[in-house]
Design a protein around this ligand. Structure first.
Ligand SMILES: [Zn+2]
Ligand SMILES: [Zn+2]
Ligand SMILES: [Zn+2]
Length: 127
């Protein structure tokens, strides 16, 4: 028997996102929701994802095909290291860039006030 919790699309989507540290497209989520026996219309999936992203509970990223993909994410500023093989995403603290920001200023006189950055390579399971 399904609980009320499981039948709510937002909770079902958030649960799939939280279960795996990777980006999902709306169509991947539709497939997962079907498999889990909690089908949700694509329009509802899109609307839910946009709402999660607006609230800072999900990160939005365009993949290589220009498709919007989403992953469960903490609010705070951080970066993503994305595995080319399996798609696993590691959160990287921005403090890892402290030296770079200092050098940008000392070598180029550039005062950084914003940045967006992601890392690509292979995760520890795929090297
Ligand atoms: Zn993140
Ligand atoms: Zn990997
Ligand atoms: Zn940063």
């Amino acid at each position: 028997m399904e609980t009320e919790y499981e039948t709510r699309p937002r909770e079902a989507i958030a649960r799939i996102l939280r279960a795996e540290p990777r980006f999902f497209s709306a169509s991947e989520l539709c497939t997962r929701l079907d498999e889990a026996g909690t089908p949700v219309s694509r329009a509802t999936v899109y609307r839910t994802l946009e709402r999660l992203a607006a609230k800072g509970e999900a990160a939005l990223r365009l993949n290589d095909r220009g498709e919007a993909t989403f992953m469960s994410c903490d609010n705070g500023h951080h970066h993503h290291a994305i595995c080319r093989s399996c798609g696993r995403v590691e959160d990287v603290a921005c403090s890892a860039l402290d030296n770079f920001v200092e050098r940008l200023h000392s070598l180029h006189g550039f005062q950084l006030d914003d940045h967006s950055l992601e890392f690509h390579g292979k995760c520890r399971s795929c090297v």
